[in-house]
Design a protein. Structure first.
Length: 196
């Protein structure tokens, strides 16, 4: 009689014995860390994990960007990339441009501090808006419910030019690190504390 080999930890015995299962992956939703089984993840599941309706607007905060999580197409979880999401139960989709890159948000406003945290901006980098450019303070709130899409640009604080901020555009970094998760957690927690 042939002896069977024990199943490895990555094989799910519920399936046919050949299907691989991704080990638990940790994701962050609205500042809460949640361990889930690996595999695919859809927007409805993200919303449900934080007790929001399945039709909530879910924003994926990956690679230094804020993008609408398409409710139709799930994403495959990746242990190498931090999976950070914001869910807006009564939300709608609002666009903004940050250094020429389109972002999406699920509320009619976003704070400069949140933009800095999501983008992984260094302290010396500043966000500017308008013509002539005006430096935005970290505690300012940007109105996204306007006719024109808000445009923000990153400027290196070390290379600030004249009074109108005639500096070179700062490099937009797309960090994926524990530091990014921590900054984003802090922004979400601060916003939730203000709402309470």
């Amino acid at each position: 009689m042939k002896q069977r080999e024990p199943l490895s930890d990555l094989v799910d015995p519920i399936f046919d014995g050949h299907s691989q299962r991704t080990p638990d992956v940790e994701i962050v939703i609205n500042g809460r860390r949640i361990a889930i089984d690996g595999g695919a993840l859809d927007a409805a599941t993200v919303a449900t994990l934080v007790s929001h309706r399945t039709d909530s607007v879910v924003i994926s905060l990956r690679c230094g960007l804020a993008r609408h999580f398409d409710p139709v197409h799930p994403i495959i979880l990746d242990r190498e990339t931090a999976m950070i999401f914001r869910s807006f139960p009564e939300g709608a989709l609002f666009p903004l441009l940050v250094s020429g890159t389109r972002w999406d948000w699920g509320a009619p406003s976003i704070s400069v501090g949140e933009v800095r945290a999501i983008g992984g901006l260094e302290r010396q980098d500043v966000l500017v808006s308008g013509d002539p450019e005006r430096i935005l303070a970290d505690d300012e709130v940007i109105d996204l419910a306007t006719f024109l899409v808000p445009v923000l640009n990153v400027r290196s604080g070390a290379s600030q030019g004249g009074e109108h901020g005639e500096a070179d555009a700062g490099r937009w970094r797309r960090p994926e690190s524990e530091q990014t998760v921590t900054r984003t957690d802090a922004s979400a927690k601060a916003r939730n504390d203000r709402a309470d």
